[in-house]
Design a protein around this ligand. Structure first.
Ligand code: F6R
Length: 240
C-alpha cells in the first residue's frame, strides 16, 4: 500500500480528485467504483469544479457504487442514489445509463446482487475503486466477520455502523438495518484502489490497518494483499 498523509480534508480531496481526473483523461472509458458517506463528498466537489473549469469529460465513463440501503426508495433523500445524483452525477456529463448503484428497493435482493456482479463483469471490471473505511474496518458495507471471498450480497448493518450514519437521518430508528454491498472479493478485483481516511475518529482504524494482522474481523486489512492501493489519510474531518 502506498500511504500519503496530508494535513487537511481539502488537500486529501484535491489529491484524490487529481488521481481520478488523470485516469479519466488518459483512459476516457475508465470504469470507476464509487463510495458515499462524509469522506468522499469533498472529492466529488473537486471533480465537479474540474469538470466546469477544465471540461474533463465523463461521456464514456461507467460508474459502479459500492452499496445501497435496503428499504429506501431510490428517491429517498438519504438513499445513495440521491447522494450520488446530488453530489456528482447531475453535475457532470454522465448519463444515467452509465451509472450503476445496487437497487435497494429491488423485489428480490439476491437476484439484484447477482445481476450487479454480472453488470460489473460486462463492463470489464472496475479500473479504479474509491473506498472509505468504517471505524470497525468495514469497506463497502462489509462488516467485521464478512468472508474475504464474498461477492455482492445482502448485509446486516452493525449497531455501530447504523449509529455512525444516524447523523444523516432524524433518528436511529430511521436508519435502515440492511444494505446490498459489493463483496470483499468484488472490491479486491478492482485494478486499482484509492482509500480515503479522514478525521481523528478513524485513528484506531488507520493504526489497525497499518499495523494489524490480515483478519476477517477487520475487513480493510485485506487491502494489504492488493497490488495497487493508495491510502490518503488526513487528520481533519469534513467540515459540515
Ligand atoms: C459508503 C461505504 C462505507 C463508507 C464508510 C465510511 O458507500 O461503503 O464503507 O465509506 O462507512 O463512511 P464515512 O465516510 O461517512 O465516514
Amino acid at each position: 500500500m502506498k500511504i500519503i498523509e496530508l494535513e487537511t480534508y481539502e488537500e486529501m480531496s484535491q489529491l484524490a480528485a487529481q488521481i481520478i481526473i488523470q485516469k479519466v483523461r488518459e483512459h476516457p472509458t475508465t470504469v470507476l467504483g464509487l463510495a458515499t458517506g462524509s469522506t468522499p463528498s469533498g472529492l466529488y466537489e473537486k471533480l465537479v469544479q474540474d469538470h466546469v473549469h477544465n471540461m474533463t469529460s465523463y461521456k464514456e465513463v461507467n460508474t459502479f457504487n459500492l452499496d445501497e440501503y435496503i428499504g429506501l426508495a431510490e428517491t429517498h433523500e438519504q438513499s445513495y442514489h440521491t447522494y450520488m445524483d446530488k453530489n456528482l452525477f447531475s453535475k457532470i456529463n454522465l448519463r444515467k445509463e452509465q451509472t450503476h448503484i445496487p437497487k435497494g428497493d429491488a423485489v428480490d435482493h439476491l437476484i439484484e446482487a447477482q445481476k450487479y456482479e454480472e453488470r460489473i463483469q460486462q463492463a470489464g471490471g472496475i479500473d479504479l475503486q474509491v473506498l472509505g473505511i468504517g471505524k470497525n474496518g468495514h469497506i463497502g458495507f462489509n462488516e467485521p466477520g464478512t468472508s474475504f471471498s464474498s461477492r455482492t450480497h445482502v448485509v446486516d448493518l452493525t449497531p455501530s455502523t447504523r449509529q455512525a450514519n444516524q447523523l444523516f437521518f432524524n433518528s436511529l430508528d430511521e436508519v435502515p438495518k440492511k444494505a446490498i454491498s459489493m463483496g470483499i472479493a468484488t472490491i479486491m478485483e478492482s485494478k486499482e484502489i484509492l482509500l480515503l481516511i479522514s478525521g481523528t475518529s478513524k485513528n484506531d482504524a488507520y493504526k489497525r490497518l497499518l499495523h494489524g494482522a490480515i483478519d476477517e474481523q477487520f475487513p480493510a486489512s485485506i487491502l494489504k494483499r492488493h497490488p495497487k492501493v493508495t491510502v490518503i489519510r488526513c487528520q481533519s474531518p469534513k467540515q459540515f
